[in-house]
Design a binder for this molecule. Structure first.
Ligand SMILES: Nc1ncnc2c1ncn2[C@@H]1O[C@H](COP(=O)(O)OP(=O)(O)O)[C@@H](O)[C@H]1O
Ligand SMILES: [Mg+2]
Length: 333
């Protein structure tokens, strides 16, 4: 399901490239392949070949999938004419993926299994949220390999702290050189200012100056982090490059303090790809965050470079928990 949703998002992005997508379901052989000096993570096998052939049969922007996906009932599908594919004896019926099927309650159906294990980790995080609510915030990095349940754990924290505001940023591998890609999302989400808005710099200025008039000269620094283009004020223009970063951290802290209300969890998912500007801004903001009702949670496949950073390492689930998870996953099949 997540794969289909992701593909749906990918093809709806406006891009100068023509995107053709094919998806198949089955076993693949995955691993680091190739000569020792140029080994890359690869998947191989029939399923992969089938997906590749569906992709080449798809029109630009189309997602073609195999019959299995028709049975999942989370997206509309239309059967197309069978096509014979190179290397396949039987013709394959491609299904054209349409829009998502909404669940009866109006929301999109969730595929979350109940959280198995992770009680200690959950408690650590919920305690950090409680401490933040009492005015002492923190930054913590949840570390664990892909699929170990970092995102799932955060979803649970979110459910437990249902009345706590959560703002989310997703880091992407191809955006790790985009300055403020991560924190920019948090700032836009926190302020409710988006780049698609009619007049983003105007809206940003209005919100910040209303919250704290002293922010007026520094709005362009917030705009820069938020990825919103804006002319510098004389104060910003006169700012020595040396002080730019500390001033930006200070202004972001003031802007958030003036506009955010109550306890806030800021979740930076995929932080192994965080851009340097965002990480450095966070580092500068540690003292501010610790005096605010904010918990910043990064999820990362690798431990943070800063050895003093607070981390929470996820180990693979034990045998018992893994079995319980498998049973839960197979539950209604
Ligand atoms: N402890 C757990 N209990 C229930 N489901 C889990 C647990 N850990 C992981 N999962 C499920 O396994 C999949 C991968 O977990 P995810 O949180 O996306 O991993 P990560 O973010 O570390 O890459 C998801 O479908 C998630 O819901
Ligand atoms: Mg994740």
């Amino acid at each position: 399901e997540r794969m289909l949703r992701t593909l749906d998002e990918v093809t709806s992005i406006e891009s100068p490239f023509e995107i053709h997508v094919g998806a198949a379901h089955g076993s693949v052989f995955a691993g680091d392949l190739g000569a020792r000096t140029r080994r890359v993570y690869t998947v191989m096998g029939d399923t992969v070949n089938l997906a590749a052939r569906l992709a080449s049969a798809a029109e630009p922007g189309q997602i073609l999938v195999t019959e299995e996906f028709d049975d999942v009932h989370i997206f509309e599908t239309t059967a197309l004419e069978a096509i014979s594919l190179k290397g396949k004896s039987k013709p394959v019926i491609p299904y054209l993926l349409g829009g998502p099927i909404e669940a009866a309650d109006g929301g999109v159906e969730s595929d979350l299994l109940p959280l198995i294990g992770r009680a200690a980790e959950l408690e650590t995080l919920t305690n950090l949220v409680k401490e933040a609510a009492d005015g002492s915030g923190s930054i913590v990095t949840v570390v664990g390999a892909a699929g170990l349940g970092k995102t799932r754990l955060l979803q649970e924290v979110r459910t437990e702290a249902a009345d706590t505001r959560v703002i989310v940023a997703n880091c992407e591998p191809y955006e790790s050189n985009t300055a403020y890609f991560a924190i920019g999302q948090l700032v836009r989400n926190a302020l409710g200012v988006h780049r698609e808005d009619e007049d983003p710099p105007g809206k940003l200025t209005e919100i910040l100056v209303n919250a704290d008039p002293e922010l007026a000269p520094w709005v362009p620094l917030v705009a820069r982090v938020a990825g919103i283009s804006m002319d510098p004020t004389p104060e910003v223009a006169a700012l020595d490059a040396k002080f730019q970063e500390t001033k930006t951290a200070e202004v972001i802290g003031d802007a958030m303090a003036a506009t955010l209300d109550g306890t806030v969890i800021a979740f930076i998912d995929g932080a192994q790809w965080i851009d340097d500007a965002s990480q450095s801004l966070l580092d500068h903001m540690v003292p501010t965050i610790s005096a605010q009702p904010w918990v910043v949670v990064e999820s990362s496949r690798v431990a943070p470079e800063d050895e003093d950073a607070q981390t929470l390492t996820l180990d693979p689930l034990g045998d018992e928990a893994t079995t319980a998870l498998a049973v839960a996953a197979l539950g209604d099949e």
